[in-house]
Design a protein. Structure first.
Length: 456
């Protein structure tokens, strides 16, 4: 059993006891039971992209070929996604190097035609080789996913991104010397979309991207509101402030005569001063020196735009991102399944440590002894708000067939999803209590019916 514990990175706290041939034999038998249970739990643990095994029908029969199943089990793992993420980031770095080299084909470094530039990235053999290798890898991955998912291939957003990447990558590689430089740069920009695949493998980045995508609508309408408010104050600035600033000499204030000369100029000036926070005093201070009452207008502009609208837009964006995270049911289900799977593995190890007779199942006495002697099991029960006096009720709830024992697998599946004050626990306990009350009432009624004075 030590091998199973070590492989899982788990440990149990039990009182030290001398090693005897009988205890060693018991540990060997318990390890066999533990390995069998863990094998079953591993088959239950795997979840594909839609949280169901697509190679099985509703009756649990295999409908895919074994080769297709093995490939699917490989590409739907987190390890595979992380590996592809590393490759994508390497490719993204290569694109940065290529773009930096192509930038040297413009003045002042080079003034001739782009095709004859000695600095362009296409002149380096190593860059062409790496581009070809990476495109082959992406094409192979795309074909493998097409073979596995088939009709569902185009329904996944990232597969469409992969196709767009290949559609831009291969022409730019094969026809790079014949394409217009601007078209070539556009293809390379499209290829950077592939780097977004890294967000799948990093949960924190995934949350950031989903939050940003859900906030696009709020950002768009917030920008419209910001522009409308700037235009509103620009009209007032043109009518009220421009007659003052236009009379300030350019030697004192260079931008004062043109800062509020029109609606567009006033909008740009207000955006620069209030939104971007750049050079607020360049026009405002000379204006206040000439007409101090203009500070009221400037103050109202700063309050409504900076403190009001900008903070309101920020609050709406944060709220929309939080709502998107709360509505991400797919990731919630995945996290819940991962937590439940980990709990079941931990409980399987605890079962093996508490199984004194090596029967592959736990009796009520063994569970009570485990509660008294096994610190890990006791803490887990306390987290679920289960006390020692509740263990008999918990055992009877788990022992649905009244066999007097609870198998490892049955124990793990029932308790794996329980948590502190879990409604599932409360429902099970209430159901068991009602069943016990009904059984007691039936026994009492039968006893009364068989009494001599009440018998028919």
């Amino acid at each position: 059993m030590d091998h199973a514990l070590t492989s899982l990175g788990l440990s149990t706290t039990t009182p030290s006891r001398p090693s005897t041939p009988q205890s060693r034999k018991r540990d060997v038998v318990n390890e066999e039971h533990l390995d069998e249970t863990l094998a079953v739990l591993r088959t239950l643990r795997f979840k594909s992209f839609d949280h169901a095994k697509p190679w099985l029908d509703q009756d649990g029969h295999l409908i895919w070929s074994r080769v297709r199943v093995r490939i699917a089990e490989t590409i739907y793992t987190q390890c595979f996604e992380t590996t592809m993420g590393v490759i994508i980031m390497f490719h993204f770095g290569l694109i940065l190097v290529e773009a930096n080299q192509d930038a040297r084909c413009c003045p002042p470094h080079y003034s001739g035609p782009f095709d004859h530039c000695p600095y362009r990235s296409s002149t380096f053999l190593w860059s062409q080789v790496l581009d070809c290798v990476l495109l082959v890898i992406y094409t192979a991955e795309c074909l493998i996913r097409l073979y596995v998912e088939r009709g569902r291939f185009l329904w996944k957003v990232w597969n469409v991104v992969d196709i767009a990447t290949l559609a831009a990558g291969w022409p730019s590689y094969l026809l790079g010397s014949r394409l217009n430089p601007n078209v070539l740069r556009l293809f390379r920009c499209i290829r950077t979309i592939r780097a977004a695949r890294i967000f799948i493998s990093v949960p924190e980045l995934y949350l950031l991207v989903t939050g940003l995508s859900s906030s696009i609508k709020a950002i768009l309408f917030g920008s419209l509101l910001l522009i409308a408010s700037l235009v509103f104050w620009a009209v007032i600035a043109v009518e009220v402030l421009h007659p003052i600033t236009s009379r300030i000499p350019a030697s004192i204030c260079e931008r004062c005569p043109e800062g509020f000369a029109g609606i567009f100029a006033a909008t740009v000036t207000l955006f620069q001063q209030v939104v971007a926070g750049d050079a607020w005093g360049q026009i405002s201070l000379p204006l206040l020196a000439v007409e101090p009452w203009a500070g009221v207008v400037l103050f109202l502009i700063a309050v409504t735009v900076s403190l009001g609208i900008l903070n309101l837009i920020l609050a709406v964006i944060v709220e929309r991102a939080a709502q998107s995270r709360d509505k991400d049911q797919e990731r919630k289900i995945k996290q819940k399944e991962e937590e439940r799977s980990k709990n079941m593995f931990d409980l399987a190890v605890l079962c093996a440590s508490m199984d004194q007779d090596s029967s592959g199942a736990l009796s009520l006495e063994e569970m009570l002894q485990g509660y008294d002697r096994n610190e890990d099991f006791q803490k887990r029960m306390q987290v679920m708000d289960v006390k020692r006096e509740d263990m008999q009720t918990i055992f009877r709830v788990l022992d649905s067939d009244d066999s007097g024992e609870v198998s490892y697998l049955e124990f793990c599946q029932h308790l794996g999803s329980f948590s502190a004050r879990d409604p599932v626990v409360m429902h099970s306990l209430v159901k068991f209590s009602i069943m016990e009350l009904r059984k007691w009432m039936v026994q009492e009624m039968m006893g009364l019916l068989h009494e001599p004075g009440l018998a028919p």
